[in-house]
Ligand binder design. Structure first.
Ligand code: PGA
Length: 255
């Protein structure tokens, strides 16, 4: 089954409104200049306060916009939180769920990931569900164990129809921001395993699910990673903050 490659830039707590606007407009221009770019999908994930500004700046272009997190409650006394419908209202299309930095620093669990996923799907946002093992987990031979637990916990109770819109990002925690990318073989092995877990639960639908690789993706390793049969895109952190670098990674998905 043909899967459209999807390159996403996670800006984390970086880029001002002006910097983000310039970057997304530059990226939109680069895509518009090359008709081959229509073969792939692109999105950026600014800080919550910049989502609307960047979504406005990207309107009418090939670049989608998403938020980096959401709260599962729709509204109410939840100081400091943002909900799925507020994100949707800004013109955003996507949302990251369960990034390892949320899990490590902000107490995210598979149960809260599950609630957030359901809230995102409930308003029609496309969630990118992040999963991945730490180095001690990998070294202890627990890679498959960890991925299976994260995936089944996150998707508990989702219908096949809901699952069909989901994007999964495999991000080995030891490769995030470290400059230490997974080898293509390690990425392919984990991606194939993730697809097999989805297949066990949802059957052939698994063949249509896009699985991005994330963790020190750069312009010079993107092509090789994207060449693996089960790698359908990239979730890019550091290298998505500079137009030239991110545009080169995006181009690796179609050129
Ligand atoms: P990195 O981040 O590309 O800077 O390693 C990836 C991510 O956290 O999504």
């Amino acid at each position: 089954m043909a899967r459209k490659r999807f390159i996403a830039g996670n800006w984390k707590l970086n880029l001002s409104l002006a910097e983000g606007t310039a970057l997304v407009q530059g990226l939109a221009k680069a895509c518009a200049a090359d008709p081959r770019s229509a073969a792939a999908e692109f999105a950026v994930f600014p800080t919550a306060l910049a989502v609307k500004t960047i979504a406005d700046a990207a309107k009418g272009s090939a670049i989608g916009v998403g938020a980096q997190n959401l709260h599962w409650e729709e509204k109410g006394a939840f100081t400091g939180e943002i909900s799925a419908s507020f994100i949707k209202d800004t013109g955003a299309t996507y949302v990251l769920i369960g990034h390892s930095e949320r899990r490590q620093y902000f107490g995210e669990t598979d149960q809260t990931v599950n609630k957030r996923l359901k809230a995102a799907l409930g308003v029609g946002l496309v969630p990118i569900l992040c999963v991945g093992e730490t180095l001690p987990e990998r070294d202890a031979g627990r890679l498959q164990d960890v991925l299976r637990t994260q995936l089944t916990g996150a998707t508990a109770g989702l219908t096949a129809q809901q699952l069909a819109t989901l994007v999964i990002a495999y991000e080995p925690v030891w490769a995030i921001g470290t400059g230490r990318t997974a080898t293509t073989a390690q990425a392919q092995e984990a991606h194939a395993f993730i697809r097999s877990v989805v297949r066990q639960a949802y059957g052939a639908l698994a063949d249509g699910i896009r699985i991005q690789y994330g963790g020190s993706v750069k312009a010079d390793n993107a092509k090789e990673l994207l060449g693996q049969p089960d790698v359908d895109g990239a979730l890019v952190g550091g290298a998505s903050l500079k137009l030239a670098d991110f545009a080169a990674i995006c181009a690796a998905a179609y050129a």
